[in-house]
Design a binder for this molecule. Sequence first.
Ligand code: GLN
Length: 391
Amino acid sequence: MRTLVSQRSDRFTESVIREMTRLCNQHGGVNLAQGFPDFPAPEAIKEEAARAIRADVNQYAITWGARRLRDAVVAKTERFTGLSYDPETEVTVCCGSTECMIATLLALVNPGEEVIVFEPFYENYGPDAILCGAVPRFVRLREPDWSYDPAELERAFSDRTKAIIVNTPNNPTGKVFTRAELDHIAALCRKWDVVAVTDEIYEHMIYDGAEHVSLAALDGMRGRTVTISGISKTYSVTGWRVGYCLADPALSGAIRKVHDFLTVGAPAPLQEAAATALALPDEYYRTLADGYRARRDFLLPALEAAGFRTFKPRGAYYVMTDISGFGFADDVAFARHLVAEGGVAAVPGSSFYSDPAAGRQRLRFHFARRRETLEAAVERLGGLKARAPIV
Ligand code: GLN
């Protein structure tokens, strides 16, 4: 009988992260798997969303984004990176940075061309590459500091390379790419005429004096970089689905066309609220980073005490851990045990690697949680070692 589903949809699995959320709900667990905050969004932006709906901003916005939001994106980008963009031709608003990434790859990469991806990687990038027919080339980030081997990266570039995805601050490792690393990546992009696609959604979650550097700001990169970000993480509104990307007019033109036929546009009233969000004062971003640093500094020692080895993140809100102290053969079995017996959900490390064996002793937690939620998780983790079967 003929197969009713496409080969392309058969080549990747359902999201492991969202599966863990469902499992967590079944067991009434504390969700440290799917990364989204459980604390409220800023009052001012909720007010603005409600105001926009009451004012009947209820129909399609301009496909590539309401003018007010594009202006706000341009102003905020200039405020934090010094880069200037033209709101008329260089900004595209999408349904979250997730859509920005797939629209960008569909717009720029031909079937068979290679896309370089650092691994462990955010799980979307694999299916994104498959959906546009690209061939992913993986370059390993190495523990404990998640640096890469420069020679390995140089070997990954060739005439077949069309793009490189750079996610900094990084999910799942918390790595913040250094200026020196980004200079090296930029030089390779120029040498091989490659486009850089950056995922900077965690740009404001930076700790211990680390510096967030936008690749687009480096020499010769403005015209060959698509910079992706959005409001989900910075303003605690992951369900609103408003993201944006910045790129020169030629690249933006192609991305806008793909975006138009994928989704037409992002939610119009929430674009108004997003414009208000992006104009929040510098103090907001400092407080946000301080809050996340405090959550990190609470969770990591507790994970260590419970038997995990942790790799300290310098950015974003995730921590990768080593579970070899628990004696499980498999990260998926351990994650299931942890949620069923321990009441805490985390993400199996194998879902971040092209070769699942590389993540068999790794588990990712996130700490976008209120203090009480983290305390509840820590209390549950307390008895874990005693309960774990040695297999
Ligand atoms: N980015 C978040 C994570 O990695 C949420 C993923 C998702 O569900 N889109 O957990």
